[in-house]
Ligand binder design. Structure first.
Ligand code: GRF
Length: 210
């Protein structure tokens, strides 16, 4: 059996994290891993162009705005992953702005094989308006978090975080730019550590091995 980890990136939006991950794959940063496919649930997602430019296999499973956990949808996703050689035993799924909740069944199947990136220092500002909420709250420091996905929303064990200072004249757009820059760094770094076998989950905590 081969030891290659087959990776899928799931996205819904502009795809800047997708781009950062693809660039890292293209510059051979991840030994023993292959980016097998990227998947979006939005047929208008900007990231589609990113995937096409890179020549990566792209699957569009448009959910037409239907929200909520849905095992039926996830079974179709599962089939697409399997068709690209990705299974719970050899696969890793990276959520990069995938604005759709995965069902508990799917999360259980891929237990600790799914990562997410979130634009705040979790557990602060969970949910889909993290940047606006941090600005409205008036925090002086926010940031981003890479975490394992469990059945909760933005709740699983934290793998890596980076801080971003908030300036008084920051707008959602300017703060987003600063956070994105850090996100790209920590997502690539997190994946690198995981693929090197340096990540161990102990309860809620993630240990990074030397
Ligand atoms: C990122 O800020 C990520 O933290 C959040 O969704 C955003 C996706 O941005 N989950 P992009 O599509 O990678 O540019």
């Amino acid at each position: 059996m081969s030891n290659v980890t087959n990776v899928a990136v799931l996205f819904s939006g502009t795809g800047t994290n997708l781009q950062a991950l693809i660039s890292a794959f293209q510059s051979n940063k991840f030994e023993g891993a292959e980016l097998r496919l990227v998947v979006t649930n939005k047929k208008q997602a900007g990231g589609i162009e990113v995937a096409k430019r890179a020549g990566v296999d792209l699957v569009i499973l448009d959910d037409e705005g239907k929200k909520g956990k849905d095992w039926t949808y996830d079974q179709i996703l599962l089939q697409s992953l399997e068709e690209h050689g990705l299974s719970p035993s050899n696969g890793l799924i990276l959520l990069a702005g995938f604005m759709r909740l995965l069902s508990d069944e799917f999360v259980r199947l891929f237990r600790w094989k799914i990562l997410n990136i979130h634009p705040s220092l979790l557990p602060a500002f969970r949910g889909s308006s993290a940047i606006e909420n941090a600005l409205d709250y008036g925090v002086k420091i926010t940031g981003c978090t890479v975490h394992f996905v469990d059945e909760g929303i933005d709740e699983g064990p934290v793998l890596m975080q980076a801080a971003v200072p908030v300036d008084e004249n920051d707008t959602p757009a300017s703060l987003l730019l600063k956070i994105h820059k850090k996100e790209h760094e920590i997502y690539v770094a997190s994946l690198g550590l995981l693929l090197q076998g340096k990540v161990r989950i102990e309860g809620r905590k993630v240990k990074i091995l030397k």
